[in-house]
Design a protein around this ligand. Structure first.
Ligand code: G3H
Ligand code: 13P
Ligand code: ZN
Length: 336
């Protein structure tokens, strides 16, 4: 089973100058949509589970769905990633489940809400690296707090990444990848005004400056759903009540990739695709009640978005460029 450390997928992406989407999963249909899309366009895969996803699935269901993905598609390089780990305990759980990559979001305290100091972030991130690397497991950290910028809707704790802190953070922690805050935010409500390619939407200067100082670093863009307006329109047409909103356009993500971003996190777009499809399905077929009837088109709708992202970020066509690395190989790498 080509369960690879995420570091390999990102190292290869850096060599090839492309980005790789990270997709969140909570259930079988999402995992199937991702793997079907990856097989179709030959892309490596980063499949991520949040703490919420693990709780929703009693850990064990999601674990086996993720492992089933690897078993059914043995040729696709697949990293199983913990999204927004909040403590060493959560990291230990993920590694014991067989994840090949973990994120420790040390920018926030264990409650996932309160911002930490630089020193607190370094301390917990370092602990996680010391624990994870001997297993060959990749570690993603975070510096700065995600949130809105100007027109965006943020967590209330938005703090853009300070490029001057990055080198020190990398030296003190040893992380393999770093989530940077450049003005994106999680969820569907990112920007109230339609992003204009002529105006600065995100703080790309931060990405460029970090890349200049630390060219080897794999930067990660969280909160990078594009929130397609046709999906919002479809949801509202069939009974939804979503307020007008805009996401991160593909042109902004491509700008990030050109400047050194290697991993782009997408969750909300898949949620919107499912909801739009199911709402329309129920409207058009009020007599239907078999979940397979409406989950089949919902899965297809997710697959379509996923394929589009693999192509747009440039990972399509790269699944078979390299020999998948095992965690054993990665263990040796970290020992040196
Ligand atoms: O980072 C946030 C992801 O979209 C996961 O969201 O915690 O609701 O599963 P969740
Ligand atoms: P979106 O809410 O924009 O999809 O972001 C997801 C994410 O960053 C997961 O870590
Ligand atoms: Zn995130």
């Amino acid at each position: 089973m080509p369960l690879v450390p995420m570091k390999q997928i990102l190292d290869e992406a850096a060599k090839g100058g492309y980005g790789v989407p990270h997709f969140n999963v909570n259930n079988m249909e999402q995992a199937q949509a991702i793997m079907r899309a990856a097989e179709k366009v030959s892309s490596p895969v980063i499949m991520a589970a949040s703490r919420g996803a693990l709780k929703y699935s009693d850990l064990i269901y999601l674990k086996h769905i993720m492992f089933a993905s690897a078993e059914k598609y043995p040729r696709i390089p697949l990293a199983l990633h913990l999204d927004h780990g909040n403590s060493l305990e959560t990291i230990k759980t993920a590694i014991s489940l067989g994840f090949t990559s973990v994120m420790i979001d040390g920018s926030l305290k264990e409650d996932g809400k309160t911002p930490t100091s630089f020193e607190e972030n370094v301390a917990v991130t370092r602990q996680v690296v010391e624990y994870a690397h001997p297993f060959g497991v990749t570690v993603e950290g975070e510096l700065g707090c995600l949130g809105g910028i100007e027109d965006g809707v943020g967590s209330g704790h938005s703090k853009l990444t300070d490029p001057n802190q990055v080198e020190e953070f990398l030296k003190l922690t040893g992380v393999d990848a770093l989530a940077v805050a450049i003005g994106t935010s999680h969820g569907a409500y990112k920007f109230k005004i339609k992003p204009d390619p002529e105006k600065n939407l995100l703080a790309m200067d931060i990405i460029k400056s970090i890349h200049k100082k630390c060219p080897q670093l794999h930067m990660v863009m969280h909160g990078s759903s594009s929130v397609p307006s046709e999906l919002i329109a479809e949801i509202n047409k069939y009974g939804g009540k979503m307020a007008p909103t805009y996401g991160v356009p593909l042109w902004a993500i491509k700008e990030g990739i050109a400047a050194g971003v290697r991993k782009i996190n997408v969750d909300t777009d898949l949620r919107l695709a499912v909801t739009a499809t199911v709402r329309k399905y129920f409207h058009d077929n009020p007599d239907k009640f078999d979940p397979r009837d409406y989950l089949t088109p919902a899965r297809d709708a997710m697959q379509k978005i996923i394929e589009e992202r693999f192509v747009a970020f440039g990972s399509a066509g790269h699944a078979f460029d390299y020999k998948p690395m095992t965690l054993e190989d990665a263990k040796k790498f970290y020992r040196h």
